[in-house]
Design a protein. Structure first.
Length: 389
């Protein structure tokens, strides 16, 4: 079992990672002293894991109900939050109740926003079921829905009360969604050079089954909220043993817990977690959400690296080295042939845009990222064109 704490002014919450946790969720929820729980899942995850979760809550004597909505970004809307809120009311959930977000990042965002708004806010617990949600979205309290084509336009920071990660559920995840999670994992590798080098050797897009044995840095024993690894602020000190994927998840969560502890509301360091996202969100819009989030982030990282070279921020070898990692993770393919101007236009609605122009997180080196503001459109267009050559 890996356990990490996210330490915040309003309180600390735990992130637990272990195979089989799903079946003991009821026991884990009891200390939160809620009178009833609504479990929110999308249709696919509800069918796969809803009954197991309800059985676990039943066994712990916790009244519960499963609420579902259809899969997909088209349903990440305020309308879905409103429908779910009506169902919470019908269930009789009061302010002494709680919500479980069972699913990928999309469910976490929607159920998290419902929890933030319902009765002016009730506690919620994240039970992520995609790799992307396990390593990134379930921790840190960002909740949001889209407004038209604008990603995550309406949202709140609302921290979960607990995060429970059971990597066994990844066995049913479609390979494309697993690869999407590896896109966010590559982002964490670009934040931490030692982790990058480990991923380069130990992780590949072939790893679909969780927990094959391998040498791995285990993120146990970390100080709450400290980044681990030489690329971060604390030395790499964990033993090199243990199950591969669980440890990789724990390592990313360790990085994220540290960043969120230091900058909960994204006024500085947390912006670095948006590496690949300015381009990535634009790509999601232009491609009409036909490719998963993490895949778009990976392509966004490629564009960001080319842009960084163009702006003279990093060595020309960086995009090639990053591409090699993305290839290993199954995320390198010809860049989609979309007009550069369409991608730029889609990015103009990004939340990270300021009056003077677009803001990007760009690499200086592997493990060293930087926020760069007011990047001229001409350089952005050039980077997109260069990647399409
Ligand atoms: P997702 O939640 O849309 O899930 C993708 C698909 O996988 C869905 O059809 C889902 O039903 C299915 N699925 C989920 N778990 C499964 C399992 N164990 N077995 C079989 N099928 C399963 O995708 P995602 O990549 O997890 O999340 C993407 C969303 O997360 C985007 O909306 C993105 O904006 C958001 N996000 C939020 C944050 C944050 O910090 N809040 C961070 C990153 C991404
Ligand atoms: N996914 C980036 C963040 O939570 O800040």
């Amino acid at each position: 079992m890996h356990r990490l704490d996210v330490v915040l002014p309003a309180g600390t919450y735990a992130v637990e990672i272990a195979s089989g946790l799903l079946d003991s969720l009821g026991q884990r929820l009891r200390p939160l002293h809620r009178q009833a729980w609504a479990v929110i899942a999308d249709a696919t995850v509800a069918a796969l894991y809803g009954p197991r979760l309800l059985a676990s809550l039943d066994q712990a004597g916790l009244p519960c109900r499963l609420l579902t909505f259809p899969d997909g970004e088209a349903h990440k809307t305020l309308a879905t939050v409103e429908t779910l809120s009506g169902q919470l009311l019908e269930f009789g959930l009061a302010r002494d109740g709680g919500i479980v977000a069972l699913g990928g990042g999309l469910v976490g965002d929607v159920a998290g926003l419902a929890a933030a708004l319902y009765m002016r806010g009730v506690p919620y617990v994240q039970v992520p079921t995609t790799l992307l949600a396990m390593i990134d979205a379930s921790v840190g309290g960002k909740t949001a829905v889209n407004l038209g084509e604008v990603k995550n336009c309406i949202g709140r920071f609302h921290q979960p009360a607990h995060v429970c990660i059971d990597p066994e559920v990844l066995q049913t995840l479609p390979p494309g969604e697993f690869a999407s999670g590896l896109g966010e994992l590559a982002k964490y590798a670009m934040l931490d050079k030692a982790f990058y080098e480990w991923v380069e050797h130990e992780i590949s897009g072939e790893i679909i089954s969780p927990d094959p044995p391998c040498a791995v840095p285990v993120a146990t024993g970390s100080q709450p909220g400290q980044t681990r690894g030489p690329g971060g602020s604390a030395p790499w000190s964990g033993p090199w043993s243990g199950p591969c994927l669980s440890a990789a998840i724990a390592h990313c969560v360790g990085i994220k817990a540290g960043v969120v502890t230091r900058d909960e509301l994204e006024s500085g360091e947390r912006m670095l977690l948006n590496y690949g996202h300015t381009f990535g969100h634009g790509l999601e819009t232009v491609l009409r959400f036909s490719r998963p989030h993490g895949w778009c982030v990976a392509q966004g990282m490629r564009l960001a690296a080319v842009l960084a070279v163009r702006l003279g921020l990093c060595d020309v070898s960086l995009p090639t080295r990053q591409d090699a990692l993305l290839k290993r993770l199954g995320l390198l393919e010809p860049f989609p042939s979309i007009p550069a101007s369409a991608l730029l236009a889609a990015m103009q609605t990004d939340k990270k845009k300021h009056a003077g122009g677009l803001t990007f997180v760009l690499p200086r080196a592997i493990g060293v990222l930087e926020v760069v503001r007011n990047v001229p459109d001409v350089d952005v267009l050039q980077a997109i064109t260069l990647l399409q050559l």
